[in-house]
Design a protein around this ligand. Structure first.
Ligand SMILES: Nc1ncnc2c1ncn2[C@@H]1O[C@H](COP(=O)(O)OP(=O)(O)OP(=O)(O)O)[C@@H](O)[C@H]1O
Ligand SMILES: [Mg+2]
Length: 429
């Protein structure tokens, strides 16, 4: 319903409209749901083609498009670039067709984005003097320019939306923080338990293996028993592999920090998996948004992280039906600053596999959590340990039936590059 399209003398009750709008937004704390709700309400009020919401992603240091609404999901705006700068200095909306002079002030990339999204109005989402995002509204479908009254109502609604989004973002950050603390705690306890158990299993296992070998010595000619012995030995080897994996999760080897290059490490990991990728007809695509892919870290251990994540992606996509897409997108970008001396490097692996369910996703980093018949459930637990010891983070997002993305966030410079009073023992947990 467009409030301005009612009979001429019937004015919409602005107070009621605003309070309804506000109430409906304040009840929702889930950010994607909130954005969907608020954009659909805007579209009910104004006949516009699209309403695109960009929000600041602190870790990537960019404004990311939250609801493609006809645009590409990977469109980003950069805080240092001109559009955000203009919004923050002028603190008001911009009607593009009324101010073509300002449009030419924006960078070429920004102009291309505005063109692609057929943008007519640009609104800042500002809370506490900070631009948290921007909303790009397209032209009206009937081609009629926005009236002054419509623009004023838009401003009021978007000011309210800015607060609701800030509220939902804080809620999201807080929930994520609690989850992370809970996960770190749980993994530390599990790690200690696992290390104790692994240690206890190793000695009797060696004894069992050598006894089986001893008993199998005099079985020449008895092929049935020889086969049984071989099977037993294979099983002890499997237990041994699990124990080794457990130990590398719980009692990790020291980090050998050196200058290395994430792009090269990914290249080496892909080379190791080349045959499996080919066999499963997986198309690997790269999206590198930075040239500086250097990091300080333990190359071998980080390579293991990438191999484990890649293997999971391959295993997930190998289950796809032949007609389903099998694409793996690897992207690298520079993220937010870690401190005065370093920034994060964000490395993402996005697959088009079966995805992970809402309940399972909470457990994927737990040792022994597996949904695979032959899996040990240690791959991601090991990744988590290695990334944490690099003072980084690992995150997972998934849409069941569509795909999964793992993002590894690593400081480009290691702690030894901080001033002496800030440096820590890099191998301490
Ligand atoms: N890319 C992915 N797509 C779908 N599910 C995944 C993906 N990555 C991980 N998982 C889920 O997380 C679980 C745990 O992964 P993890 O790598 O720790 O163990 P695993 O792959 O089962 O066994 P292992 O790595 O020891 O062979 C997997 O069993 C799977 O259910
Ligand atoms: Mg795995």
């Amino acid at each position: 319903m467009n409030p301005f399209r009612k009979k001429k003398d019937v004015r919409p009750d602005l107070g009621v409209l605003l309070s309804e709008f506000n109430r409906s937004l304040m009840l929702i704390v889930d950010k994607p749901l909130l954005i969907a709700n608020f954009t659909s309400r805007i579209k009910q009020l104004f006949p516009v083609e699209s309403v695109c919401v960009f929000l600041l992603d602190e870790s990537a240091g960019k404004y990311k498009l939250q609801n493609p609404d006809g645009g590409r999901p990977d469109i980003v705006l950069t805080p240092k670039d001109r559009l955000v700068n203009w919004l923050s200095v002028n603190d008001k909306y911009l009607a593009v067709s009324q101010r073509p002079d300002i449009l030419t002030y924006f960078s070429e990339e920004e102009q291309a984005i505005l063109g692609e999204l057929k943008t007519e109005l640009i609104y800042p989402l500002k809370v506490m003097n900070r631009i948290n995002g921007t909303v790009l509204v397209s032209r009206k479908t009937d081609g009629v320019p926005f009236t002054g009254q419509e623009l004023a109502l838009f401003s009021l609604l978007l000011d309210q939306a800015a607060f609701a989004i800030e509220h939902a973002s804080l809620y999201e950050i807080q929930t994520e923080r609690v989850k992370r603390m809970y996960r770190a705690d749980r993994l530390a306890t599990l790690g200690e338990l696992a290390a104790g158990a692994a240690h206890e299993i190793r000695n009797p296992l060696t004894a069992i293996r050598s006894t089986i070998q001893y008993l199998g010595r005099d079985l020449a000619g008895d092929s049935v028993r020889q086969e049984m012995v071989a099977e037993l030995i294979a099983e002890t080897e499997r237990i041994n592999r699990i124990v080794q994996g457990l130990l590398s999760f719980a009692r990790p080897s020291e980090l050998h920090i050196a200058e290395t290059d994430a792009e090269q490490l990914i290249g080496q990991a892909l080379l190791l998996l080349n045959a499996t990728l080919g066999k499963n007809r997986i198309d690997v695509q790269f999206e590198y948004f930075t040239r500086d892919t250097r990091i300080q870290g333990d190359g071998e251990q980080l390579k293991q992280v990438f191999v484990n994540i890649l293997l999971n992606a391959i295993e997930a996509m190998a289950k796809n039906e032949p007609q389903q897409e099998r694409t793996l997108i690897i992207s690298i970008e520079t993220g937010a600053p870690v401190n005065l001396y370093s920034r994060y490097l964000l490395i993402s692996f996005e697959d088009t596999g079966e995805g992970i369910g809402r309940e399972e996703i909470e457990n994927v980093f737990d040792p022994f959590f597996t949904t695979k018949e032959e899996g040990t459930g240690l791959g991601l637990a090991i990744c988590y340990g290695i990334v944490s010891r690099h003072e980084g983070e690992i995150e997972v997002k998934s849409v069941p039936g569509k795909g999964t993305s793992f993002t590894v966030k690593l400081p480009q410079q290691y702690t030894q590059n901080k001033p002496p009073h800030e440096s820590k023992n890099i191998n301490s947990r």
